[in-house]
Write a protein that binds this ligand. Structure first.
Ligand SMILES: [Zn+2]
Length: 350
């Protein structure tokens, strides 16, 4: 299999979202409303994407993304483009078993009437020759961010979303995306469902793809509902243990995880030995910028359980809610930390 990153050891990337410029959307806010409209909004999103790409490049990030500049939220923006979902008819549901949010209602059969992100992916592809990664929500996380008044079954709805995601993913691949990532924070919460149908739906979503595929599983953005939840998880976070054995057996190429400053025991990575691992070495729930040595320490620990050629330094999650200067500093720290380990590995092999 050809991969996007054949030549770089420890290729760096981000989990997905990066802060938007303040002229485009309210800073440090999730579901932030746009400040522009119509054609100005279209232009503004493209300009923001260019800036976000440049910031990643200047920080030395190897696998770049759109920084999710064109979407309001990683799940709802995708759902907004589907038919069968009524955005006026909102219900309050408990998301990830953790916080209440007002979400749209599934009122009929869901389908993708037109491509969702394909034009944006083509635009990003035009801007750079570097490998690009594109994030989509995973089927289970989509189901968990909706009120379903039609299928009345999380599993049935997830299979429908998996088919839709597969259509989108195939067009993203054709647009030149090198890695398609599915965000599945719900995998850290609904363990029985993960093993009953969650991973199977994910495999349906990647069916027939030739590009690389990733799943991102995390403990969420650094918002209060998530940090409060983390406080209830005890001193060792073993949630990954539930999904890892089946994921190791799955066709997914890369698994993206939260590691730095988290209470995930690093030895759990042994359960996915053989997979490529995007190791979260940047804490997104904290404004303190990591030192390169802190990043390197996390990567060193991960290297005990991940082969060096399969280790992809990354952020724990998206950085959309962070101040821009903090996110920029963290990107630079990620690159510098990866560089420390590259040099150590070069000495070992010389
Ligand atoms: Zn995440």
């Amino acid at each position: 299999m050809t991969t996007a990153t054949n030549n770089t050891l420890l290729p760096t990337s981000t989990a997905g979202s990066l802060p938007k410029p303040t002229w485009l959307a309210e800073p440090e806010t999730l579901w932030s409303p746009w400040k522009l409209q119509g054609d100005q909004l279209i232009d503004g999103k493209q300009d923001a994407l260019r800036i976000s790409l440049q910031e990643q490049q200047q920080a030395g990030i190897d696998i770049v993304s759109d920084g999710e500049q064109t979407r309001q939220h990683f799940v709802t923006t995708f759902i907004e483009h589907l038919s069968g979902v009524d955005f006026e008819n909102r219900q309050t549901v408990r998301i990830r078993d953790r916080y209440d949010a007002s979400v749209p209602t599934v009122v009929g059969p869901v389908s993708r009437i037109k491509p969702v992100f394909v034009e944006e992916a083509k635009f990003l592809r035009q801007q750079t020759k570097q490998p690009i990664k594109w994030a989509l929500p995973g089927p289970m996380t989509m189901v968990d961010t909706l009120y379903d008044d039609h299928y009345k079954s999380r599993e049935k709805l997830a299979w429908e979303f998996a088919k839709i995601l597969n259509q989108e993913a195939k067009e993203l691949e054709a647009a030149g995306v090198d890695i398609i990532q599915f965000d599945e924070p719900a995998f850290n919460v609904f363990f029985d469902e993960v093993n009953d149908w969650g991973i199977a739906c994910l495999e349906r979503a990647i069916e027939g793809l030739k590009c690389e595929t990733a799943v991102h599983i995390c403990y969420g953005y650094g918002i209060k509902a998530n940090t409060d939840w983390k406080k209830t998880l005890g001193s060792e976070w073993r949630q990954y243990e539930e999904a890892f054995p089946k994921l190791q057996q799955s066709n997914i190429d890369i698994i993206s995880l939260e590691c730095h400053n988290s209470h995930v025991p690093m030895e759990l990575l042994e359960l996915i030995r053989g997979k490529k691992v995007m190791v979260g070495a940047i804490d997104v729930a904290n404004h303190a910028i990591e030192t390169p040595e802190e990043v390197a320490n996390t990567l060193r620990k991960a290297l005990q359980f991940v082969d060096a050629d399969k280790l992809y330094p990354c952020t724990n999650c998206g950085m959309a809610p962070l101040p821009r200067a903090v996110a920029r500093g963290k990107l630079h720290a990620l690159s510098a930390g990866a560089d420390i380990i590259r040099k150590e590995l070069a000495i070992l092999s010389s």
